[in-house]
Ligand binder design. Structure first.
Ligand code: GUN
Length: 290
């Protein structure tokens, strides 16, 4: 079994981005700038956004963090999105999800200029992905594909089972994995899937992205399968100072001995998500119309 080191791979990719930024700046161009909008004080969102801002500094991007309290109105948030759309200094921006219940997330996503939508959540960008056109691919699926490629995990003709059909992970990943050049045979499973265990057992690659800690157990895994764990649920722990730790969707201790490759949580897919966002921001910076 080989452990897939997302931290190391993301550090390598970030170094490649940092080198490109240096070249851009040396050629007299402005470094890309990413803005992040954070609403409220959700612990997970605070951590993710802090990592995104720190990564911008590491690769030489500019960054801007815009914070609002939970009681911001939808109208105010739409106004901020509009300002960012029209701000020539901002190459790309994200609105961290989830948003408070009184705000319609889809409405906010659709208000973002697709050319600055470095999350790749706008329907225009999702549609381009489906059509096989160049676009901003959402960060977690892109990070998973980068890991699979860099670890040279065989995909052509292989059965890839994705558990979870979210617009952020499962669905876009299913498109990427079946694209020409990757060529996997993809099954997307969800809460209504029958015979999930049998389907998983036939998988060469399992991607667990449903958000239920320890859901994928050893009896669901074929010997030699590659396992990608997207889960990051905070569970109580008396072994950490914070009182919680991150737990993946895979029962790591019992599944790891069976498989060919496996991503740990933390340190697997998580760091890749951040560096994919950096890749999209670099792309946005290069496409800047000025
Ligand atoms: N919440 C969880 N993952 C993401 C992400 O990739 N982007 C944004 N904007 N919010 C998230």
């Amino acid at each position: 079994m080989q452990l897939i080191d997302g931290k190391k791979t993301s550090a390598e990719i970030k170094q490649e981005i940092a080198d490109e930024v240096k070249n851009m700046v040396a050629a007299g161009k402005k470094a890309p700038l990413l803005a992040a909008v954070l609403v409220g004080h959700d612990g997970g969102s605070e951590t993710y956004v802090a990592h995104k801002v720190k990564s911008c500094e590491e690769v030489g991007f500019g960054s801007r963090l815009i914070r609002f309290e939970d009681d911001i109105t939808e109208e105010q948030l739409l106004k901020t999105v509009d300002e960012l759309n029209n701000d020539p200094e901002v190459d790309g921006f994200i609105v961290q999800l989830p948003l408070p219940k009184h705000i319609n997330e889809q409405k906010i996503i659709e208000a973002i200029n697709p050319e600055k939508d470095v999350d790749g959540f706008h329907p225009t960008n999702l549609g381009k992905l489906v059509a096989g056109l160049d676009t901003f691919v959402s960060a977690t699926p892109m990070g998973i594909v980068d890991l699979i490629k860099r670890y040279k995990i065989e995909t052509a003709g292989k059965h890839c089972v994705i558990i979870g059909r979210s617009n952020i992970v499962g669905r876009p990943l299913s498109i990427l994995m079946s694209q020409k050049g990757i060529d996997a045979t993809v099954t997307v499973c969800h809460s209504r899937t029958e015979n999930l265990k049998e389907i998983c057992k036939s998988a060469d690659i399992i991607v667990a992205a449903l958000g239920r800690p320890g859901f994928v157990t050893a009896d669901m895994v074929k010997e030699g399968a590659a396992i990608i764990d997207v889960g990051t649920t905070r569970v109580k722990s008396d072994q950490t100072k914070s009182g919680w730790k991150l737990k993946g969707d895979v029962d790591f201790d019992n599944v790891a001995p069976l498989c060919s490759y496996i991503t740990p949580v933390p340190g697997g897919v998580g760091p890749m998500t951040i560096c994919s966002l950096m890749k999209n921001t670099l792309k946005a910076g290069k496409q800047r119309k000025k």
